[in-house]
Design a binder for this molecule. Structure first.
Ligand SMILES: Cc1cc2nc3c(=O)[nH]c(=O)nc-3n(C[C@H](O)[C@H](O)[C@H](O)COP(=O)(O)OP(=O)(O)OC[C@H]3O[C@@H](n4cnc5c(N)ncnc54)[C@H](O)[C@@H]3O)c2cc1C
Length: 406
């Protein structure tokens, strides 16, 4: 006999669980809803961790997301074990919770790089509010005399961190495997534009090299970042932004199927394959996506929230296929906001089209695979994304010439 029953149990306290809880109530779900999250905080807005919150421009409570009052929330509590057949979860408090339906939304963890010196003081990773606190305290504690900071990784998180740390008074170098930042997501041409934009603000880039290790002083504090090309970059602090790994620990232990992209396998309506009454959402969900034409796993805030809403529809007995074109935005300080929609999978794209111009700082890049649009990036041309969404969803044939003309 379980200690407690929830008609809907939401496992994980992030964007996906939050959106699912809100959508359940909006759809008139009248049963009990219990959200269990292992962090110290209730569900919060994670993207500011590399932006306003990191820079101390937003207070912690202002990041909290509001939930309907009749949703029970347990913080600092993990789901340790899930028996999907019996529909019972075991919590870190030793309580057992039986459920009618459940959402698995355990998100992702940072990808750690196991190099020499990784344990030194001043080497940071960023996923949660607590990590942002530690980075801010370290940056402030070093003071203006010890300004050198290195960010490892040239993705959106790396560029956001480089911008925030620069605003916090640091002299930032970005070390990345790509030749230019954001190349994997936005391609070489757009990446070069972002690099030039950040260089104008004083950020230095070291591209085409990997992290080889860290060296430190007698006090066990980092002093240098060592690269695969034999360079030594002075560093009083380091933030490693080398990607995320879906957190499928509970799913794996429950015997659920893990897909080729490392997420828990779901059908197009986000029902977990082989487990009645169980849905998955967010960074750890690998779903059969009609728009991608196969399995997809995406780490974007709006996708996680959209997944939560799709799962809620299913829990209310009104299943729908999850077919929203994934949307992503990134703020590089207030210097550049980029927005992106796309269904680019491992195959990537083979042609690009540019609308507007890099010189004007207002442009959109369109990414095609064959004659199909698979992605679009906008900088100060947000209206283009509506057209991009429509073309991506319809699969209409287009050429780069069609796209260069509004
Ligand atoms: C610093 C940072 C900045 C970002 N900025 C942007 C941005 O600008 N734009 C954008 O689109 N996306 C951004 N993202 C990505 C976005 O935040 C994620 O895609 C989104 O948070 C995923 O939501 P989720 O609910 O799947 O997982 P998460 O937000 O990771 O939430 C999962 C939660 O579940 C908890 N959990 C895990 N296992 C258990 C368990 N067994 N029991 C209980 N709880 C558990 C975790 O601790 C975590 O709190 C950013 C991410 C980071 C880290």
């Amino acid at each position: 006999m379980a200690d407690r029953h929830a008609d809907a149990l939401l496992i994980g306290g992030g964007a996906a669980s939050h959106a699912c809880a809100v959508a359940l109530r909006e759809r008139g779900f009248s049963g009990s809803v219990l959200l269990v999250g292992r962090e110290l905080d209730p569900p919060y807005d994670r993207p500011p961790c590399s932006k306003e919150y990191l820079r101390g421009e937003r207070e912690r409570p202002a990041t909290y997301l509001s939930l309907p009052g009749d949703v029970d929330v347990l913080t600092r509590t993990s789901v340790m074990k899930l028996d999907a057949a019996a529909r019972v979860a075991r919590l870190s408090t030793k309580e057992e919770v039986s459920y009618g339906c459940a959402l698995l939304a355990t998100g992702a963890n940072v990808r750690r790089l196991p190099v020499d010196g990784a344990q030194l003081d001043g080497v940071h990773y960023l996923r949660a509010l607590g990590n942002a606190d530690a980075i801010r305290e370290d940056a402030e504690g070093l003071g203006p005399a010890r300004r050198e900071a290195v960010v490892v990784g040239g993705s959106y998180l790396g560029t956001e961190l480089a911008a925030s740390l620069t605003l916090m008074g640091k002299r930032v170098t970005v070390l990345m495997q790509e030749d230019v930042p954001l190349e994997r997501a936005y391609g070489r041409r757009a990446g070069e534009w972002f690099q030039a934009r950040l260089e104008r603000e004083g950020v230095t880039f070291v591209g085409g090299e990997s992290l080889a290790g860290f060296a430190g002083d007698d006090e066990e504090r980092v002093t240098e970042v060592l690269t695969s090309g034999g360079r030594s970059l002075p560093a009083r602090m380091v933030v490693v932004a080398a990607g995320a790994v879906p957190d499928v620990m509970v799913a794996k232990a429950a015997g659920l199927e893990i897909g080729p992209m490392g997420g828990v396998r779901c059908d197009a309506s986000l029902r977990v394959i082989g487990a009645e009454g169980l849905w998955a959402a967010g960074d750890m969900c690998e779903w059969e996506s009609p728009l991608h034409g196969g399995p997809a796993r995406v780490e974007h805030w709006e996708v996680a929230a959209g997944h939560g809403r799709t799962a809620a529809a299913g829990m209310c007995g009104e299943p729908v296929e999850h077919a929203e074109v994934p949307y992503f935005w990134s703020d590089v300080a207030d210097w550049v906001t980029s927005e992106y929609v796309g269904v680019v999978g491992p195959e990537g794209w083979d042609r690009e089209a540019l609308r507007g111009s890099f010189e004007s700082g207002a442009f959109s890049m369109w990414y095609l695979r064959g004659e199909r649009l698979v992605g679009a990036l906008s900088v100060r041309r947000g209206d283009d994304l509506d057209e991009a969404r429509r073309l991506i969803a319809s699969g209409e044939r287009v050429t780069p010439q069609d796209l260069e003309r509004p």
